[in-house]
Design a protein around this ligand. Structure first.
Ligand SMILES: NC(=O)c1ccc[n+]([C@@H]2O[C@H](COP(=O)([O-])OP(=O)(O)OC[C@H]3O[C@@H](n4cnc5c(N)ncnc54)[C@H](OP(=O)(O)O)[C@@H]3O)[C@@H](O)[C@H]2O)c1
Length: 255
């Protein structure tokens, strides 16, 4: 039996939960409920950012409708069992945050092999995580291998291919993914997520829908056998990616 892969151990020694709830594009009015439902379902990792415009509804303790405060007050979860990812703009403030003991690890987002290599050459505090787009149609094979060789955990965003946004490729409709899902009696989303865990990266699916929150967390206690995992590696790779499709000024050179 394949291991469950509920956590990934970072080079800081901290263990990050492998499935995190994405919160980008979750409306401020619903994000709190989504977080509360997710935590009750079992999620222990919430991926946030000030840029998403909804963070205050998740964890600013000054707010009455703050989802996490209520969960903590009600004893649904302990703070030390929750992993909250947020974002800061400057590396120096990141290093300072780690020094202050307020963070278990620091990481970067959207760093290619070249950029990560340059950073690792000079960083006082090397990043433990690189959060990038990753799903069966955008496997980031070279970056994956590089991160592994440098003990940088890869955290995969848009793991379902961000179906609500117009994309060149609709990941969840991929025929190979659907064939594998059918064989396993799972949904395409579950196979895409489980694929990520077995390939070795964390996944950050977003949902505000209770049924899909449950579906997306139901990726433990079963696994994709080797032959079907190999089949998934035949999926065509996209030629564009999230940031370039969203913002023309992001001229990242991916690998
Ligand atoms: N660091 C970065 O630059 C960056 C960039 C992009 C994203 N992210 C992070 O990654 C998270 C996830 O990425 P994402 O939001 O782009 O896309 P995603 O998680 O790949 O897809 C989310 C979309 O899929 C739908 N969905 C969820 N579960 C589903 C299922 N089981 N079957 C079918 N559809 C399903 C959701 O709708 P419902 O809500 O209606 O279920 C939502 O429209 C973000 O929320 C954010 O936290 C980070």
């Amino acid at each position: 039996m394949e291991e469950e892969i509920r956590f990934f151990k970072l080079k800081t020694g901290a263990e990050t939960p492998s499935v995190g709830l994405g919160t980008w594009s979750a409306a401020p009015g619903v994000v709190g409920d989504a977080v509360a439902t997710a935590v009750k379902v079992g999620y222990r990792h919430i991926n946030c950012a000030p840029l998403y415009g909804n963070e205050e509804f998740i964890f600013y303790l000054c707010r009455i409708d703050c989802a996490l405060k209520k969960l903590l007050d009600d004893g649904v979860v302990k703070r030390e069992d929750l992993w909250i990812t947020s974002k800061l703009w400057h590396r120096e403030s990141n290093g300072g945050t780690l020094d202050s003991g307020k963070a278990r690890a620091i990481g970067v987002i959207n760093f290619s092999v070249n950029k990560l290599g340059d950073l690792l050459d000079i960083a006082r505090v090397p990043p433990a995580v690189n959060q990038v787009e990753c799903h069966p149609s955008w496997k980031q094979t070279k970056l994956h291998a590089f991160c592994k060789s440098k003990e940088v955990h890869l955290s995969g965003y848009s793991p379902l291919g961000s179906p609500s946004n117009e994309r060149e490729i609709e990941v969840l409709k991929d025929p190979i993914l659907n064939t594998v899902a059918q064989k396993l009696g799972k949904s395409p989303a579950q196979v895409a997520l489980r694929w990520g865990l077995q390939i070795g990266h964390g996944v950050l699916p977003k949902s505000t829908n209770e049924a899909r929150l449950k579906e997306n967390y139901d990726v433990f206690g079963w696994y994709i056998p080797k032959d079907l995992l190999a089949k998934l590696s035949e999926i065509d790779q996209a030629s564009s990616f999230f940031l370039s499709s969203l913002c023309a000024y992001f001229h990242f050179v991916w690998d």
